[in-house]
Write a protein that binds this ligand. Structure first.
Ligand code: NAI
Ligand code: 15L
Length: 276
C-alpha cells in the first residue's frame, strides 16, 4: 500500500472548501497533521484562523475569487456546495458553476489531487436490493444528485484531459448519529469519514476513483472492492445505534418509494424553481 506515515505532512498547503459545514468542521482539526498550511474557505462565517491556517470567505460561484483561492495549494478537499436538494438555479451556482470554477483554477495552478464530496444521491435510484460498486451506473435521485453526477463526470474529464487526480467520495450519511432507519445502512461515522479523506489524499496514484463512504454497517448496499487500493477500512458500525428506531432498515417489500430505493426520501422530491 502506497501510504506514507500521516506524520510526514506531505502537503505544503491544503485547501478545504465547505469548511464551515458539518463535515468541514469535523475535518478541520485533522488537516493540521497533514499539511503545513491549511486554507479554509466557505461562504458562511468561519472560526478565526489558528497559526497554521488561512481563512478565506469565497462564494464558489465567483470565478475570479476561486482562482485566487486555489493559487498556491497542492491539493483540495472539496466539500463546499449545497448539500441537500434545492432549487435548480441555486444548485447551478454552488454545485455546477462552483465545482467547474474549482477545477479550472486547479488546472491553471497545477493542483495534482482533489477529493470531491460526491454523494450516495448520485446512485439513489438503484433499488435497496442491489449491491453497487464503483462501476455501477449513475442513477441520480434528485437534481442535487444530478449535480454530484456532474462533479464526478467533470473530474473524470479533468483527469483524462489534464491529469488532475480525483477521488469521488459517494458519502452515505455522515452525522453524529443516524436520523432514521435508512441511515443504519448509509451511516458513516465522523472518524471513518476523516480516515476516508486521509486515504484519498495519501494514496499514491489514485487516477480517477469512486469510493463509497459508509462505516462497517451490518447491512451493505455498496462494495468498495474496486477501490481497495485506497486502503480504506472503516472502524465504526451503525450497530452501536441498534434500538434507536423501531424498524431496522428499508425494505424492498414496502410500497413507499422512499423505502424501495437507496436514496430514501430524496426520490420523492420534484425539481424546484427558486422563488424570486
Ligand atoms: P453542509 O451543508 O453542512 O456544508 C456545506 C458547506 O458548503 C456549508 O458550510 C455552506 O456554507 C458551503 N457552501 C454552500 N454553498 C456555497 C458556495 N456557493 N460557496 C462556498 N461555500 C458554499 O454539508 P456537509 O454535511 O458538511 O457535507 C459536505 C459535503 O459532503 C457536501 O458537498 C455534501 O453534498 C456532501 N455530502 C455530505 C453527506 C453527509 O451525510 N454529511 C452525504 C453525502 C454527501
Ligand atoms: C447527502 O448527500 C446529504 O448531503 C446529507 O445531508 C444526507 O441527506 C445524506 O446525503 C443522506 O443520504 O443521508
Amino acid at each position: 500500500m502506497n501510504q506514507p506515515n500521516a506524520a510526514d505532512k506531505p502537503f505544503k498547503r491544503l485547501l478545504l472548501t465547505g469548511a464551515a459545514g458539518n463535515l468541514g468542521r469535523q475535518l478541520r482539526g485533522a488537516l493540521a497533521q497533514w499539511a503545513d498550511v491549511v486554507r479554509l474557505s466557505d461562504i458562511a462565517p468561519l472560526d478565526d484562523a489558528a497559526s497554521h491556517e488561512e481563512v478565506s470567505a469565497v462564494d464558489l460561484a465567483d470565478r475570479d475569487k476561486v482562482m485566487q483561492l486555489v493559487e498556491g495549494v497542492d491539493a483540495i478537499v472539496h466539500l463546499g456546495g449545497i448539500s441537500i436538494d434545492a432549487p435548480f438555479d441555486d444548485l447551478i451556482e454552488a454545485n455546477i458553476r462552483g465545482t467547474y470554477n474549482l477545477y479550472e483554477a486547479a488546472r491553471r495552478y497545477g493542483v495534482k489531487r482533489i477529493v470531491f464530496a460526491s454523494s450516495n444521491h448520485a446512485i439513489g435510484f438503484h433499488p435497496v436490493t442491489e449491491v453497487l460498486d464503483a462501476d455501477s451506473p449513475m442513477r441520480p435521485d434528485s437534481l442535487y444528485g444530478v449535480t454530484k453526477c456532474f462533479g464526478e463526470s467533470l473530474s473524470r474529464y479533468y483527469f483524462d484531459r489534464f491529469g488532475i487526480e480525483t477521488v469521488c467520495l459517494r458519502i452515505g450519511s455522515s452525522f453524529e448519529e443516524p436520523k432514521n432507519p435508512r441511515m443504519l445502512v448509509t451511516y458513516l461515522s465522523y472518524r471513518d469519514f476523516i480516515e476516508l479523506v486521509r486515504c484519498s489524499l495519501f494514496t499514491n496514484r489514485v487516477g480517477h476513483a469512486v469510493v463509497y463512504g459508509a462505516s462497517d454497517n451490518p447491512v451493505k448496499w455498496w462494495d468498495n472492492a474496486k477501490a481497495g487500493f485506497i486502503g480504506f477500512n472503516p472502524q465504526d458500525s451503525s450497530t452501536q445505534f441498534n434500538g434507536l428506531f423501531p424498524v431496522t432498515a428499508p425494505s424492498a417489500e414496502r410500497d413507499d418509494p422512499a423505502q424501495r430505493f437507496q436514496g430514501g426520501a430524496f426520490v420523492l422530491g420534484e425539481p424546484m424553481e427558486r422563488k424570486r
